[in-house]
Design a binder for this molecule. Sequence first.
Ligand code: SAJ
Length: 417
Amino acid sequence: MLSSISKVAVIGLGYIGLPTAAILASHGVQVVGVDVNPRNVDAVNRGEVPFVEPDLGGFVAGAVSNGKLSASLLTPQAEVYIVAVPTPFLSDKTMDGKYIRAAAEGIAPKLVGGELVILESTSPPGTTKMLGEYLIELRPDLSLNPDDGKAVVHVAHCPERVLPGRIMVEMVTNDRIIGGLTAEAASRARDLYAAFCQGELLTTDAATAEMAKLVENSFRDVNIAFANELSVISDKLGIDVWELIRLANHHPRVNILQPGPGVGGHCIAVDPWFIVSAAPEEANLIRQARNTNDSKPAWVVEQAVQLAGDLSDAKIAVLGLAFKANIDDLRESPAVLITQELSRKLDSATLLVVEPHVKQLPKSLMQLENVFLTPLESALAQADVIVVLVDHEVFKAVDKSAHAKVPVVDTRGIWKS
Ligand code: SAJ
């Protein structure tokens, strides 16, 4: 299939679009990546990656140097368009479709009929249909329906499911769900992914594919909420939640996830809201899970305030800002929120923030007078209170017995002597 495709355009050169473009180009396809940000376009054209993701750099540099991958601000004519743009939510938790509409406005004038348009962005049910209908509104000479005599545009949804930090591996090994607006669209998209994907390629309709992606992330959110609720209950009852979960998980049909300071990242904390907005009366458990996870940072702040409250001028070592272990990604991180709130509530305290994966504090913390990015050893040596927010390997490796007298709020269950 790939040998017969002369050009693929990937719209959006972010965490998903750029790896997809690079993998396709490494399989010999001519790929043009399209992005609204000139800095991303320039970086890719130099063979560079504008963000951190293991192994991606080699793929991009190789594909650019052998002429298979280039980047542009403008959408080119192509046989296949892959849309991988952000789908954030609005203040009412419904999807903001402006980036998808902008992608369609770039693609529509280039269509001649017979193209395949694939939406990869995580989207509420009905979005792929909306994208198809918008393309036809812009190009009424074309049709989504192979039976009405006009030239056809094939539209499908193939949600990305890769884990940040393992994208180049999971993009090849994960199974993919491919939903078409028509069976032919699904089958064409399956042929494209078959070129580089070693996982199973499962075809369905577009709305089911959209919902499957949302359900996967909601499954995780609901189960993390259960663990977070257990941590609050256990604290009240004087039980060690980590031991509790470890013991309960010995049951052959129980597998409780880990509590934490809340749920971060740009996927699990967002996607369940798309289900809630699609079925507000019915999605009660899913909504409650979101609220439970979103309320965890405030609970952690209260725990830390109780420990530090009596100490005027307390020095608090805050361990970790990333949204999960061993990455540098601070977006939507509960650790950042907790640090901000602690700085506000304990304004006479000093927050010694340790985040070995970043060189400077994020803007939201940089302006706070009592927050300092501090090396691990130094923060621990000065700490009156330790607040563990991320389970980075470097924190796990600390000799806890050396700090046994310092009170700790341990949101990740790693601080035991
Ligand atoms: N977390 C816990 N307890 C746990 C597991 C995770 O508190 O037991 C927290 C993490 O600390 C983090 C958040 O949840 O703050 C999310 O981390 P994660 O590793 O569960 O997931 P993400 O957001 O990095 O990636 C998820 C993945 N989805 C699933 O595992 C179902 C990934 O496969 C998706 O491609 C990605 O979302 C996405 O782009 O949607």
